[in-house]
Design a protein. Structure first.
Length: 88
């Protein structure tokens, strides 16, 4: 089928460069690009919806959420002591 297509100048340059690299005609390269683009669109339309399954995000047994700041302080002290020991 013959039809006239008006391409943006930057798109035409990219298609021409790709055709040159492939050693193919402009027409064959443009048809290949259109097939790939349309095929990708069809695959995207058929993709199943992503479903988020919520779960309880509570703390593990034994973790007291009211003492998290103390836990962070303890971990920072351990890191400081480890770094000080390594620098000696």
């Amino acid at each position: 089928m013959r039809t006239t297509v008006t391409l943006e100048p930057d798109v035409a340059v990219k298609v021409q460069a790709l055709a040159h690299r492939r050693g193919a005609s402009f027409k064959a390269t443009l048809n290949d690009l259109l097939r790939r683009g349309l095929g990708a669109q069809q695959r995207a339309e058929r993709a199943p919806a992503f479903v988020v399954r919520p779960h309880h995000g509570g703390f593990r047994p034994g973790v007291d959420p009211t003492r998290l700041n103390q836990l962070i302080d303890d971990l920072e002290i351990e890191d400081f002591v480890d770094e000080a020991a390594r620098s000696k």
